[in-house]
Design a protein around this ligand. Structure first.
Ligand SMILES: [Zn+2]
Length: 470
């Protein structure tokens, strides 16, 4: 495996942002906008929505554009009528293994009364599109579909098949209807690919909309949740004893809060800090260089970690208390105390070891620790020149001088399942996000209008480079 840095040729330094074009939209952009609007306006939340409806809408568009009906399928799991997934194959000319264009149809819940605008209407305002899913992940799903249509109109013949896979229940962990898990298990032949492009790699803008850098996500941390529980005979709160379920659990959680898992770099995160140390300035740049040395500088680690939770999550496993539930009456000693601890484990670290560490840090054998689900391990995929080369090429065409930075994702996407199944998966979108996170998973989710169109163009060119042919 060649390392990422060995193949990087791009010069560093920030270039002025390309201006949003004031030209009239092209017909391909109008197509995209229609598909995007339709997709965003179909509610695909778990509570009230339907992925099946969204998958059918996309399928209808692809078939209307001329993709053969047998190559466009909506696959619905037998006991989840609203949990449909789209699999569409754009045929190539040779036997080279396909590329998968992966995205998810479902969105995180959004309550109308909490939002400033209707979350299930596409609203364009001040250069932004607002809607639930405007960015995560309907932008990419709509772009992939629109590009297949664009290729079809142009008569593009790739050397290999391009497979669009749009899944349900990516946002729900764990889910009995995870679309990608279902497809990998039951329809592997339909979606098998040499590698996949997926969400998880967004570029960063500053607060004035200036382009800072583009991320390519290669690898995800392992998502693992543990239940912590203390039980106790309880009794009357007028006669307390020292052995108290809440006190035991709270003590353990306080110790966990003060604990840091060991510092560790991988090929991806080392490349990330190398690259970032040339983008950052001052103390941060010096600290990033200092943690790359052998041995890494402990004070630099502490400063970087305090300065930005992203640094901390990049170089160590984290475990944090996320939910708490204890006691049953105001005047009774608690019979139980429970906490949920969510860990994001560095690839290559063992889940069992993390549990042992948790037990050691809790230092209280009254606290019972149980994993709530089986982990999905996904070793980081290699950033080979065949993968990174085209990304850098298109990026240099569209944003000359823009740094391309490999990242390890602390969140979780469908990529962990595809990687686990032997399909290397990379997060890359050509789309950029505001530094405040743009309401993804939160309120008033938004994406810049120009970003949607740039992602459209970026992925159009990138997928063509991977697809080959003409
Ligand atoms: Zn997503």
């Amino acid at each position: 495996m060649k390392t990422f840095c060995g193949v990087l040729a791009a010069a560093l330094g920030l270039s002025p942002a390309p201006q949003a074009s004031a030209q009239a939209p092209t017909s391909a952009q109008r197509d995209l906008r229609e598909i995007y609007k339709e997709l965003v306006e179909i509610n695909t939340t778990d509570s009230a929505g339907s992925c099946t409806e969204a998958a059918q809408a996309l399928a209808a568009r692809l078939k209307a554009a001329g993709l053969p009906a047998q190559d466009v399928q909506v696959i619905v799991p037998p006991d989840g009528p609203k949990k449909g997934n789209l699999v569409a194959r754009y045929r190539g000319t040779s036997s080279k293994k396909p590329v998968m264009l992966l995205g998810h149809l479902d969105v995180v819940e959004a309550k109308r009364e909490d939002w400033q605008r209707d979350p299930f209407r596409l609203i364009e305002e001040n250069g932004y599109f607002y809607a639930r899913g405007a960015a995560d992940d309907k932008a990419m799903v709509a772009v992939f579909a629109a590009n297949l249509i664009r290729y079809r109109r142009e008569g593009y013949r790739p050397e290999r098949d391009l497979i669009q896979v749009a899944t349900c229940d990516e946002e729900i962990i764990p889910s009995k209807f995870s679309g990608i898990v279902y497809l990998l298990k039951n329809h592997r032949d339909l979606i098998d690919a040499e590698f996949a492009l997926n969400e998880g790699g967004v570029g960063l803008l500053d607060k004035n909309g200036k382009y800072l850098r583009m991320s390519v996500q290669a690898g995800e941390k392992v998502f693992q949740t543990y239940q912590l529980e203390v039980t106790n005979p309880g009794g009357h709160s007028a006669f307390p004893v020292k052995d108290n379920a809440i006190t035991h659990l709270a003590g353990g959680l306080a110790r966990l809060g003060a604990y840091d898992f060991p510092f560790k770099l991988s090929a991806t995160t080392r490349a990330y800090f190398e690259r970032m140390s040339s983008i950052e300035t001052g103390q941060t740049a010096a600290d990033m260089k200092a943690i790359l040395r052998e041995p890494p500088d402990a004070e630099a680690i502490a400063r970087l970690s305090a300065a930005n939770p992203l640094n901390n999550s990049t170089f160590r496993t984290t475990c944090v208390a996320t939910m708490l539930d204890a006691g049953h009456a105001t005047n009774a000693l608690p019979q139980h105390a429970r906490a949920t601890v969510n860990c994001r484990i560095l690839p290559g670290e063992s889940v069992a070891e993390v549990q042992q560490t948790l037990a050691r840090v809790m230092a209280d054998d009254k606290i019972r620790i149980t994993p709530t689900h089986e982990p999905t391990l996904s070793p980081p995929p290699p950033l080979s020149p065949e993968i990174i080369g085209p990304i850098e090429r298109v990026s240099a065409q569209m944003w000359p001088g823009m740094p391309v930075v490999p990242t390890l994702l602390a969140g979780a996407t469908d990529g962990r399942f595809t990687i686990n199944a032997g399909i290397p998966t990379y997060g890359v979108s050509g789309m950029f996000r505001d530094p405040d996170g743009a309401g993804v998973h939160g309120l008033n989710e938004r994406i810049r209008v120009r970003t949607l169109y740039e992602g459209h163009e970026f992925l159009y060119r990138l997928v063509k480079l991977y697809g080959g042919g003409r």
